[in-house]
Design a protein around this ligand. Structure first.
Ligand code: ADP
Length: 512
């Protein structure tokens, strides 16, 4: 370190680069990393389960998010610790692969870290712990397969699937699960109950002229990215209008341009024009007059969606319009909301009937955002069930059953790993414990009574009765999770913890 002075005589300190580094080695490194991982997991722990608490997160620009979705909380938390970032990544990959169970996976990882801390303190080498965890996770994943059940549903019997979605969120119409793609559209105002499923596309636009028809049946739609405008004179040209006649000629010419454009649309058989650009009053009036309803200023993304849904093509020039390029929709209608002047355009019964939109209504932006996340979770569960209809029961019952199985397996392992395997079983217990704790129950007492009930009755489906429904058999409560989701949780959490345990040297620049 050296003291120096700048050109104004102010002193400052020069530090050699080496001194700036803070370095943690060996056990210190592992302990510090474990502590950071546990800190993140502790934040999410209280949000787990049906009675989990919400978190309120404020972004630097003052935006507020209220949620109990693990992935979202971590996403918005802006962590700068590298280990904490790994857990954020963990939650994100669960979200990416499965779409649900994002809180549970972090809680499990945190519990595994906590257990490994105890093992390290007892002098067990981190590699032994990592190996033990790996063995245990394999046992747990196989056991899940054994206790899983098939979830019965079919194309003609989607009622069970709908019930499933209702446990996550009430979805009124089940066909959405067959959607090839779905889109959500949000609008503040209205009640949450007004949320609806639209068999088509919703555009936050209205007809360009109030006297145009509000409803068009069997619409043939011209989807245009060219403006209804006469070509503009280039800057190097100059148009001098100094007499009324000249003005009249110019006006006439402009009108002719519009006329040709409208005629072109009419010739190919379009009954509605959806345009990416605007058009002036003159063109608007003409469109109304010639009985060609039009919508202007439709965004590029919406335009593409409309094109896909209606089987039409986006046309960049009027000359390129042909009847085959028109999109087809059974019904296009404009709907007004409440007493406000808000109007939206529904494009329904499209040629591609698999396009649906969920229109979420709610009193404020935060409710809408949280609803969107819940619907996303419900849709993911339905999608996962369609892909693989094996399920395990929730409420911590699957974790307790795995814990019993892993514990029993530990006794059969002669080496040091048995400690790690046993610790893994304890970590699994922390999920039902968190559920009990969050529901206001005594965690240890509840867990031990449920566990002994599972063993005594040989019933793998006993879990935590979070909602005080009077039974802790999760089959009766209809609380279940997909097998692949639960397996992925165990698999991903183990991988991250193993990775953290294998870091024995942390080199980072210091804070100053
Ligand atoms: P995640 O983001 O991990 O899905 P949740 O907050 O949705 O987190 O909580 C999921 C956990 O809550 C799972 O372990 C699930 O089994 C449990 N759970 C959900 N509903 C119930 C219920 N009605 N009774 C008991 N446990 C439930």
């Amino acid at each position: 370190m050296a003291l120096a002075f700048d050109e104004f005589g102010r002193p400052f300190v020069i530090i050699k680069e080496q001194d700036q580094k803070v370095r943690l080695r060996g056990l210190d490194a592992q302990k510090a990393n474990i502590a950071s991982g546990m800190a993140v997991s502790r934040i999410l722990r209280t949000s787990l389960g049906p009675k989990g608490m919400d978190k309120m997160l404020q972004s630097p620009d003052g935006d507020v998010t209220i949620t109990n979705d693990g992935a979202t909380i971590l996403e918005k938390m802006d962590v700068d610790n590298q280990i904490a970032k790994l857990l954020v990544e963990l939650s994100r990959s669960q979200d990416y692969e499965i779409g649900d169970g994002t809180t549970g996976v972090v809680v499990l990882a945190g519990a595994l870290l906590e257990q490994s801390q105890k093992l390290l303190e007892r002098g067990i080498h981190p590699i032994r712990v990592a190996e033990g965890y790996e063995t245990a996770s394999r046992i747990a994943v196989e056991h899940l397969e054994k206790i899983s059940q098939k979830f019965d549903f079919g194309v003609n019997n989607i009622e069970p699937l709908v019930r499933t979605c209702m446990t996550t969120f009430v979805l009124q119409d089940c066909e959405s699960v067959q959607a090839q793609f779905s889109r959500d559209c949000r609008k503040v105002g209205g009640k949450l109950e007004d949320t609806e499923l639209i068999h088509g596309i919703l555009v936050d636009k209205e007809m360009s002229h109030p006297q145009m028809p509000k409803q068009i049946e069997d619409a043939k739609i011209a989807i245009l990215t060219c403006p209804f405008e006469p070509p503009k004179p280039k800057t190097k040209h100059k148009v001098d209008i100094d007499t009324v006649e000249k003005f009249q000629t110019l006006r006439k010419q402009e009108q002719q341009y519009f006329d040709v454009m409208v005629q072109k649309c009419k010739d190919v058989g379009a009954t509605l024009v959806i345009c990416q650009w605007g058009f002036d009053d003159e063109a608007n009036h003409l469109l109304m007059h010639r009985n060609l309803p039009a919508v202007r200023w439709v965004g590029g993304v919406e335009l593409e969606l409309i094109a896909i849904a209606t089987g039409g093509r986006i046309v960049p020039r009027f000359q390129e319009l042909t009847p085959e390029k028109l999109g087809k929709a059974g019904l296009v209608r404009e709907k007004a909301f409440g007493t406000t002047k808000d109007r939206m355009l529904y494009v329904e019964h499209c040629a591609n009937s698999r396009a649906v939109t969920i229109f979420i209504r709610g009193g404020n932006k935060m409710i809408i955002e949280e609803t969107k996340r819940s619907i996303h979770d419900a849709l993911c569960v339905a999608r996962n069930l369609i892909r693989n209809n094996s399920i395990v029961y929730g409420g911590g019952s699957a974790e307790i059953s795995c814990s019993v199985c892993v514990e029993a397996a530990a006794d059969k392992h002669p080496g040091v790993e048995q400690y790690a395997i046993r610790a893994f079983a304890d970590a699994l217990d922390s999920v039902p414990m968190a559920l009990a704790e969050n529901s206001g129950l005594q965690p240890i007492e509840t867990l031990s009574s449920v566990k002994s009930q599972q063993i005594k009755e040989n019933n793998h489906y006993c879990g935590i009765d979070c909602n005080d429904a009077g039974t802790n058999d999760m089959r009766e409560q209809n609380v279940f999770e997909t097998l692949i989701g639960k397996q992925q949780q165990i698999f991903l959490a183990t991988q991250v913890v193993k990775m953290i345990l294998k870091i024995d040297d942390v080199i980072s620049p210091s804070d100053y």
